[in-house]
Every structure is written in structure tokens, then in C-alpha cells.
Design a protein around this ligand. Structure first.
Ligand SMILES: [Zn+2]
Ligand SMILES: [Zn+2]
Length: 321
């Protein structure tokens, strides 16, 4: 294993409002009557627009739902994409890959997974491992042999309805096995009508962007200038080296600012730490990370158990301040 972690990620909290950056909220995984969803594409779009979202992908199974087939509000961004299902040659179920910013359909069911990934990349799109926990994905067997996936869906509302909403262990395994940090998404994967109150408006991704074009949002997703949430807001995360010259171990300290929280987990490559105030609710926390940690990501738990997930931070390149 090399000394540094492989990383192209940027912290969204380093992109300032003075430079023109703002947060936008979106859901990148939904289904419509073009596959096995209940609402029409227009109803799905109107629902998310009415809830104050800024961007959306109508990611029907196997086939792109064209963004020019719906009437999109001016201040709303549609990202063209689809959920693709190549066979898994290494075992298990068919793959569930979320392809964003693609404009050409492909026969993904009859293509090896690596060809699907390569096709999406050649189109200028990005492709994500969707809900690995629900899909019974074995990261070592099924995912590590592939190259070019952008990251993982850490939370999926529809899969929560089936008891497997979170895939954070798969995320951590993947990063540990490849010595590389990946960004994540939280998505609804909504199939039901919003009136069912089942799988709409419960998991979303916040992206830090200057403009709200589909390309800018997709770039932000890939660079990890985002966080995932089922409720809490993350306002800032800053990490400092606090070990001294000559110390045997590297030691970092994080300061997190967020909406009301009861607990923060700092998950690292080995294991992590948690911060609490003995049951009290807080909005700012400063605490040490695991000594010698190579990377750390943060889970903020709100007063009623909703969560937000930061993307991982590479700690191997941190200099002493
Ligand atoms: Zn799926
Ligand atoms: Zn889906």
C-alpha cells in the first residue's frame, strides 16, 4: 500500500459564497411510467419542483427518459440519465448502476458491466454503484474488478422500505480495498406516487456549485463537492493536523458545524470516533480523529435520528499548521 490515498475529491466547504458558490438540493434516482414508477415523468418532475428541489434525474430502468419530453420550470435542472442493469459476471444479482448525463441508450442488459461503465464515460456521463446493500453486492467480488465508477449511493429511500436503506459499510470496504476515497449520493429511488408517502422526498444530495447547469452539477458530484442527507444540514467541516514534529503518530482534529445534532460519527479507514455531548443537542463540535487515520468521513445524526453523510477527506496529505 502506498503512503498516500488516491483522491481527486475537493471539499465543498472550501468553496466560498464570496467566490459565487451556493448549495443546491437534488434527487438523482427516480422512476416513472417509462419503467416501473407510478407517476408520469411530468408528475414526478412537478412533485420535486414543488418540494423546493433544484435538480432531478428521471432515471428509469434501462432507457433514458428524455428531458425534452417534459415541461421543466426555468429555475430547475433536469439531468438526463437511466438506471442500467448489466449482468454481474462475478456472481450475485444483476447490477444496478445509476448513469447520469448520458444521452444515448445502450442495451446494458446484454453488455458486460465494464463496457457499460466505459460507454457512459465515453458519452461524458458519470456512473454510480446504486444501493449495493439492497443488491447484495459483494464489493471485493463484484465492484473492485471494475474501473470507472464515480462512487456509491450511501442511502436509498426505496431500499429503506425493504429494510436496507444504508450502504455505508460497502462504501468503507470499497475505499479500504482500493486505498482510494469515493464520494456518495443519497437518493429516493422513488417508484410510488407522492400521495403514498412511501419513497419520495426523504433522501437527497446537496451540491456546491456556481451555476446550476446539468454539467456543473455532474462535475460537483464527481469531485465530491456535495454531501448526502435524510435531514441534517452540514455547514462546515475543517480538519487540522495537531501532532508535533517528532511525534510517532499523525493526529488530526475536526471542527464540524451543522444543524441540530445529537451525535457525530467520524468514520476512518480503520475505525473511527464519535462525538456526543451526553445526550444534549449541539451545532458545533471540535474533536480529535483516529490517530494515523488515512481518511475520515462524517455522519451527523439529527435529534430524531435522521442522518447526513459527508464525503471522505484525505488526511494523508495534510500538513502541520
Ligand atoms: Zn435499482
Ligand atoms: Zn431505481
Amino acid at each position: 500500500m502506498s503512503n498516500s490515498t488516491e483522491s481527486n475529491l475537493i471539499s465543498p466547504f472550501d468553496l466560498t459564497a464570496e467566490e459565487g458558490y451556493k448549495w443546491v438540493k437534488g434527487n438523482l434516482h427516480t422512476h416513472t411510467t417509462n419503467s416501473d414508477g407510478k407517476p408520469s415523468p411530468q408528475e414526478r418532475l412537478d412533485g420535486y419542483a414543488n418540494q423546493g428541489y433544484d435538480f432531478l434525474c428521471l432515471s428509469d430502468h434501462r432507457k433514458i427518459t428524455r428531458i425534452d419530453s417534459v415541461d421543466c420550470p426555468d429555475n430547475f435542472t433536469l439531468i438526463e440519465g437511466a438506471e442500467l442493469h448489466p449482468d454481474n459476471p462475478f456472481g450475485g444479482l444483476k447490477h444496478h448502476f445509476l448513469a447520469l448525463n448520458i444521452h444515448e441508450d445502450m442495451d446494458s442488459d446484454n453488455m458486460p458491466p465494464q463496457h457499460v461503465i466505459d460507454n457512459v464515460r465515453e458519452q461524458g456521463g458519470i456512473i454510480w454503484l446504486a444501493h449495493p446493500h439492497w443488491s447484495s453486492v459483494n464489493i471485493l467480488r463484484d465492484t473492485v474488478p471494475l474501473t470507472g465508477l464515480a462512487g456509491v449511493e450511501v442511502f436509498n429511500t426505496t431500499c429503506r422500505c425493504a429494510g436496507r436503506g444504508e450502504s455505508s459499510i460497502h462504501w468503507d470496504d470499497w475505499m479500504a480495498l482500493e486505498n482510494r476515497i469515493y464520494p456518495a449520493l443519497a437518493n429516493d429511488d422513488s417508484h410510488a406516487l407522492e400521495s403514498a408517502k412511501r419513497d419520495t422526498y426523504q433522501g437527497w444530495t446537496m451540491a456546491r456549485v456556481k451555476d446550476t447547469s446539468a454539467q456543473s452539477i455532474v462535475d460537483a458530484l464527481e469531485k465530491g463537492t456535495t454531501y448526502s442527507s435524510t435531514g441534517p444540514e452540514i455547514h462546515d467541516i475543517q480538519i487540522r493536523r495537531i501532532d508535533q514534529e517528532g511525534d510517532e503518530r499523525t493526529q488530526s482534529e475536526a471542527t464540524v458545524r451543522c444543524s441540530e445534532a445529537q451525535r457525530i460519527f467520524a468514520v476512518s479507514d480503520t475505525f473511527g470516533t464519535q462525538y456526543t455531548e451526553d445526550g444534549a443537542i449541539f451545532k458545533t463540535a471540535t474533536f480529535p480523529l483516529r490517530p494515523n487515520a488515512r481518511w475520515a468521513r462524517f455522519e451527523i445524526v439529527g435529534p430524531h435520528g435522521a442522518k447526513a453523510w459527508s464525503n471522505p477527506f484525505d488526511l494523508t496529505g495534510l500538513k502541520r499548521s
